[in-house]
Design a protein around this ligand. Structure first.
Ligand SMILES: [Zn+2]
Length: 301
């Protein structure tokens, strides 16, 4: 028998379910589509998927971990994912407990799960104080403080995309002004350049389009300032960057690195902070959720 955690990764259009071993290996992965279903149909499909994973041979379940698109409320165990309207204020923790019979269930934000996966088995191995962020349509993040996943009061710690870098700046989707996300997400860099996707901005920059280069430069600089604010707050040793924007890392990464080095140098007190690319693949949200499930056994819940 091998120890495993039941893992759920709630994304924008699907829920992935699997059994995750301590080394991050995923067994019995099943996906449930969340679009165009009623709450009842979605719950029925998820029940089938969980039962299928529970039948994985030769595993002993130590707990369950859930990584979910936000916002979440880990006191109530509820989620309200923006893109899954039928699950508004849904008690996913109770649901998983009922269906699986597993008592120990821990829920965290999806970006926290990703950050924890990178900390445990990815680019952040060996770090103690880490910030992991995802730069995509939005900007999410998760933090590890003193070697433990730091979830915060309601489980939403690490939403660095909504820390403010420009007073009275551009309007953000959250309603505030001047958030990192308003300037630095892939979607908003594309919007600033007047195209639909960040990939289009990147290819224009590859062709030396001055305006595209400027948009990426601004996005990277404002993000670097946000990262340095996090370094000042938490005395981080490692920052890991992942997400869709990194698929154009030939154009984006050197700019971010150089702004980060420039900005962090201005702080006199931190030691060396390693800025790293995420190394885990597309299943890292599910892997992270499973590894979060292991923290319950290890007394970190
Ligand atoms: Zn915001």
């Amino acid at each position: 028998m091998r120890d495993a955690a039941l893992a759920l990764d709630v994304g924008a259009t699907k829920v992935a379910v699997g059994a995750v071993l301590r080394d991050g290996t995923v067994l019995s992965r099943v996906e449930v589509a969340s679009s165009n279903t009623s709450r009842q149909d979605l719950n029925d499909s998820l029940t089938t998927a969980i039962n299928q994973v529970l039948e994985t041979p030769d595993i002993a379940l130590v707990g369950a971990g859930i990584g979910s698109a936000g916002p979440i409320d880990h006191f109530k165990g509820t989620i309200s994912p923006v893109n899954i309207a039928q699950w508004a204020d849904f008690s996913l923790v109770d649901f998983v407990q009922d269906v699986s019979g597993i008592e120990k269930v821990r829920i965290v934000g999806d970006a926290s799960a990703l950050a924890f996966a990178e900390f445990s088995i990815g680019a952040g191995i060996g770090s103690t104080n880490l910030l992991g962020i995802v730069v995509s349509t939005g900007i999410g993040g998760g933090t590890v403080v003193g070697g433990r996943l730091h979830s915060g009061q309601y489980g939403n710690a690490g939403f660095i995309g909504h820390s403010i870098v420009v007073i009275d700046g551009d309007l953000c989707a959250c309603g505030a002004r001047g958030c990192i996300e308003a300037y630095c997400s892939g979607t908003n860099m594309a919007k600033n350049f007047g195209v639909a996707t960040f990939e289009e901005v990147a290819s224009a920059a590859r062709n030396a389009d001055a305006r595209a280069i400027e948009v990426i430069d601004q996005g990277a600089r404002f993000l670097a300032i946000g990262l340095v604010n996090a370094v000042a707050l938490l005395d981080l040793d490692t920052i890991v960057i992942g997400g869709g924007v990194m698929s154009a890392d030939d154009i984006y990464w050197p700019v971010l690195q150089s702004h980060f080095e420039n900005e962090v140098r201005k702080l006199k007190f931190p030691g060396k902070v390693a800025l790293k690319r995420a190394t885990l693949g597309k299943d890292s949200g599910l892997v992270g959720a499973g590894l979060v499930g292991f923290t319950l056994r290890e007394g970190q819940g």
